[in-house]
Design a protein around this ligand. Structure first.
Ligand code: ARG
Length: 660
């Protein structure tokens, strides 16, 4: 026998598969051709209902198991939803899919959480011709609440809100668990594989701020999934294939005839690209040769492959500089990787009769989409559409990914929509089973709210941008006279942490859907919701323990024996805020909006400040400065705050330093 969690997950998975296939069967039975009385359908329905019930029981025991063994963090909001969900079902079994709305309460006087389902349920009942007052509904729900470990009491307020007060002992115990076990992700019912396609610059072209956004957001999403226990494949879908390589290779042959024996000293690939493009546009002979080069490259002639590799290497080294600064791990798997598969994919669409010819081009019209995909150009070449179809197929069938996420600017939204629709049309995946999603983002603007450019109007080189960040962050540290207290090594660490942390945080803390204004002044400000503020706040919290001369192991031992008191209003507020971490992660998992994590981190830091301003942690003798009293349970609250903050930084890809 394995451990109960694994065992439950296995059973759970199996049940889920059963339900899935049953639902599929039911769906097919619903097909109008099969209509008519169907005993099989009724049988299936009944079986399915039983399965669902069994699944819920399993899920619950799975949850209870993990809560009681206390290793993983409990998602309080989710627990309340389960409990209230049960009460709602018991109160009104006639409602098929009753609304379940539980959320934390903003105002403490109304309790800790709130359940707002009664109002919407009254509407549902009314639609069924039954008039019930929402307050009565709320009362019934409360009466039917099952026994549970976390609700202290409930009150019904206003038109039918249910205010929920949590048990102090429960919250306190969860905090102890957190300190003893560290931040453990909520239990994952089954291990899943995620592909995150991000960064993805183009060879021989500038890696621009759009790619910077993709890199930062994609890395953070990957970190989130990794923390939650998913298997994550981080893929760099670089643009490394296509007709531009013809002219690049032709130009390489002319400029560096001995390129096969001596590595060509191209320092500025951009300039090299521009030169070759100019020749391509002006010189007919060169153009012809460029096309021949493409053909010979695509037929994989070794010398051409070698030239292509050399050009890619120059770009690769440039990209790597950016990744090193930002501490990005990613596997390069560019468009060229899918070369052979593209041919097969086109054939697959043709075999199924899904390709239309149009002036020599091959098009695919996906169901419900007005724009077609061009899978083969009139010159026989493949396109961005073809490579994305091939990549998607590879990720679904070879990688067996359960979740696939593409992080690019929103401008590519329609491209992905059509690709996904085509993949569904040909039957590669069912969106109810596999999650394939484009996580788009807005453009980067300058402080003048216009497209982000240098003063002279050129595109900003990423390395220049990162270097300016470093310079500005050092200015800031000097301005605060940190150079006087930190060792040169500490100072340099702080400089990098602040510079790169601020650039990442500024991006991540804005809703990615919106355009975002890049401003060094704003991101380096140490007031407000910025990395600079949070990094300072974090080091300050860490220093409280140092002040009391408590090391990690002492704190850990204290966590086992000290009851965390939550009597002071600010202690209570902080304790609950700390424990909201799992619900925040759950929300981000659903909508992939990372700014929620930044908002939470900022709220945690400010809630901590409120607590620290009104609750003594370490009491000192006024005259001698000697420590006379340590309020250990409060030190533990500091520690729990720091632990969660550190985990947030980790997911955001920000490196907090010990001293700054
Ligand atoms: N190279 C593309 C660009 O710079 C982004 C690629 C994104 N990923 C993908 N599978 N299409 O716009």
């Amino acid at each position: 026998m394995g451990d109960p969690v694994t065992e439950y997950s296995a059973r759970f998975q199996q049940q889920e598969r059963e339900i899935q296939s049953l639902s599929a069967e039911i769906e097919s039975l619903k097909n109008p051709q099969n209509l008519g009385p169907s005993p099989r359908l009724d049988e299936l329905r009944e079986e399915n209902a039983k399965l669902k019930y069994r699944l819920n029981v399993l899920k619950r025991s799975f949850q209870e198991e993990s809560t009681s063994c206390g290793k993983t963090m409990t998602n309080i909001n989710q627990r309340l939803q389960e409990i209230f969900g049960e009460a709602i079902r018991a109160s009104f079994p006639e409602l098929d899919d009753p609304p379940l709305a539980v959320a934390p309460n903003q105002q403490a006087k109304f309790g800790d959480y709130q359940c707002n389902s009664a109002m919407a349920m009254a509407q549902m009942l009314k639609a069924r011709g039954k008039k019930v007052n929402p307050r009565e509904i709320a009362e019934k729900i409360v009466q039917n609440l099952p026994d549970n470990e976390l609700v202290q009491k409930t009150e019904i307020a206003g038109p039918g809100f249910i205010n929920i007060h949590l048990k102090k002992t429960f919250v306190s115990k969860l905090l102890n668990n957190l300190l003893m076990n560290g931040v453990q992700p909520p239990p994952l019912a089954c291990r899943k594989k995620v592909v995150v396609d991000f960064s993805s610059p183009n060879i021989a072209k500038e890696m621009h701020v759009g790619h910077l956004r993709s890199t930062i957001i994609g890395d953070s999403m990957s970190r989130l999934f990794e923390f939650l226990g998913y298997e994550v494949l981080r893929l760099n879908h670089v643009g490394d294939w296509g007709t531009q390589f013809g002219m690049l290779i032709a130009h390489l042959q002319d400029k560096f005839p001995d390129y096969l024996s001596v590595s060509p000293p191209i320092s500025d690939l951009q300039a090299f690209y521009k030169e070759s493009k100019k020749r391509f546009d002006e010189d007919e002979d060169f153009k012809k040769r460029a096309y021949q080069c493409v053909v010979r490259l695509q037929s994989k002639e070794p010398d051409f492959i070698k030239a292509w590799n050399m050009i890619c290497d120059v770009s690769r080294r440039e990209f790597q500089k950016v990744y090193d600064c930002l501490d990005i791990k990613i596997i390069e798997r560019g468009e060229s990787y899918y070369q052979d598969l593209m041919t097969r994919v086109v054939k697959e669409f043709e075999d199924k009769g899904l390709v239309e010819l149009d002036e020599g081009r091959k098009l695919v019209f996906a169901t419900g989409q007005s724009l077609p995909l061009t899978v083969v150009k009139s010159d026989g070449g493949y396109t961005y559409d073809t490579s994305d179809l091939a990549a998607l197929r590879q990720r679904l069938f070879e990688e067996k990914a359960d979740i696939i996420i593409y992080v690019t600017d929103s401008g590519q939204g329609s491209h992905f929509q059509v690709v996904f629709a085509a993949a569904q049309m040909i039957g590669w995946y069912d969106p109810r089973v596999t999650r394939v999603e484009h996580a788009g983002f807005g453009v980067v603007l300058g402080e003048d709210k216009k497209k982000f450019k240098t003063r002279s109007g050129d595109t900003v080189r990423l390395m220049d941008l990162l270097e300016e960040g470093l310079k500005r962050s050092m200015d800031k540290l000097r301005e605060k006279e940190r150079d006087k207290v930190l060792t040169p090594e500490e100072l340099m660490k702080a400089q990098r942490a602040v510079a790169f942390g601020c650039i990442k945080y500024a991006d991540l803390s804005h809703n990615r859907i919106n355009d975002y204004v890049f401003s060094f002044d704003k991101m380096l400000d140490d007031r407000g919701n910025t990395a600079a503020y949070l990094l300072y706040a974090f080091t300050r919290i860490r220093s409280i323990a140092r002040l009391a001369s408590l090391d990690e192991s002492t704190l850990k031992r204290a966590a086992e024996t000290t009851q965390i008191l939550l009597d002071h209003e600010k202690e209570w507020k902080l304790g609950k805020c700390i424990l909201r971490f799992p619900e925040i992660l759950q929300k981000i998992l659903d909508d992939l909006l990372l700014h929620t994590l930044c908002d939470y981190l900022y709220e945690l830091a400010t809630t901590f400040t409120e607590f620290y301003d009104s609750c003594y942690c370490v009491e000192k003798d006024r005259q001698t400065g000697e420590v006379i009293k340590i309020n250990m349970w409060r030190m533990l609250l500091c520690e729990a705050t720091a632990t969660i903050m550190a985990k947030c930084f980790d997911i955001l890809g920000i490196n907090p330093v010990q001293r700054m």
